[in-house]
Design a protein around this ligand. Structure first.
Ligand SMILES: Nc1ncnc2c1ncn2[C@@H]1O[C@H](COP(=O)(O)OP(=O)(O)OP(=O)(O)O)[C@@H](O)[C@H]1O
Ligand SMILES: [Mg+2]
Length: 268
């Protein structure tokens, strides 16, 4: 028996309509993410990665193809999807706890009483190492702490799907590695199905089960790599010879994608 994927992307193609005509961005992209799975998407800057997150979350409609989440085609944004971006955008006039609880004020039918909601927020804040910071304002926290709070906010309503668009991109290297470990723990303990967009190949290898390399615009799937790491991974695993080899292959694939762009630009 095959398990139904939580995220199924079926042949999506999308172009933006601009003043100078259509700008084809994505072409015939298909992949699935199994329940509790984690797929990272990498590719040249401007190839259409954020566009893909908007199509999966229902913020944009594809020109053709479809996205199926939890067995149902996506036609508009859904409360069962959590999102986190490069800029955590926490509300300065609210405490960290009240920022984390915010989605519950918007999402109807979550079924949590105020006490249960606060207990869940405390549980998540403890998981990410922010216990004791519940009543601080966002400006009293470091960038890494703010991003950890935004991950709690994205997970508070128990979404089945978490979409991450470069959430660790603005952090320094050490904070980023801390956040990878926290994200991996969240992923396992919350059982959420994740799609991550990143520019950082080590990040993609540390967090994901599969890495998808997109070609340049209009982007298709250029390469897929299964990460040879289990659920007990550590940062040190990134130095294992087989992982170093996978990273070299990913780097090579990105260079091919970028090379195609230079070749096209030269020809123009
Ligand atoms: N609303 C829009 N209208 C027109 N063009 C757009 C719009 N949004 C994005 N684009 C264009 O579509 C292309 C893909 O953009 P997108 O943001 O998806 O790329 P990306 O892969 O996320 O880039 P980056 O790696 O820099 O974040 C770019 O050329 C961008 O300029
Ligand atoms: Mg982007």
């Amino acid at each position: 028996m095959t398990t139904q994927p939580v995220i199924a992307i079926e042949g999506i193609t999308h172009a933006y309509q601009t003043d100078t005509g259509p700008l084809p961005v994505l072409h015939d992209i298909s992949f699935d993410i199994a329940p509790g799975g984690f797929t990272a998407v990498v590719g040249p800057s401007g190839c259409g990665k954020s566009t893909l997150t908007k199509l999966v979350s229902g913020l944009l409609k594809p020109d053709s193809g479809r996205v199926i989440l939890d067995g149902k085609p996506v036609t508009s944004p859904r409360p069962t999807v959590g999102m986190a971006f490069q800029n955590p955008v926490l509300l300065e006039w609210r405490s960290i706890l009240r920022n984390v609880l915010l989605p519950l004020e918007i999402v109807r039918g979550h079924g949590l009483s105020r006490e249960q909601a606060e207990a869940r927020a405390h549980e998540l804040l403890t998981l990410v190492g922010l216990s004791g910071f519940e009543h601080k304002r966002p400006s009293e926290l470091s960038g890494g702490m703010r991003q950890r709070a935004s991950l709690c906010r994205a997970l508070i309503h128990r979404p089945s799907v978490l979409i991450l668009d470069e959430p660790f991109g603005a952090l320094d290297a050490f904070t980023r590695e801390d956040l990878w470990q926290i994200m991996f723990k969240l992923r396992i303990e919350q059982g959420v199905t994740c799609m991550l967009i990143t520019h950082d190949l080590r990040e993609s290898m540390f967090l994901a089960d599969e890495v998808i390399v997109l070609s340049d615009r209009p982007a298709g799937i250029q390469h897929r790599l299964t990460v040879p790491l289990g659920q007990d991974r550590t940062i040190e695993d990134l130095y294992k010879p087989e992982i170093v080899e996978c990273l070299a292959e990913l780097r090579r694939q990105i260079q091919i994608a970028q090379g195609r762009r230079s070749a096209t630009e030269e020809a123009a």
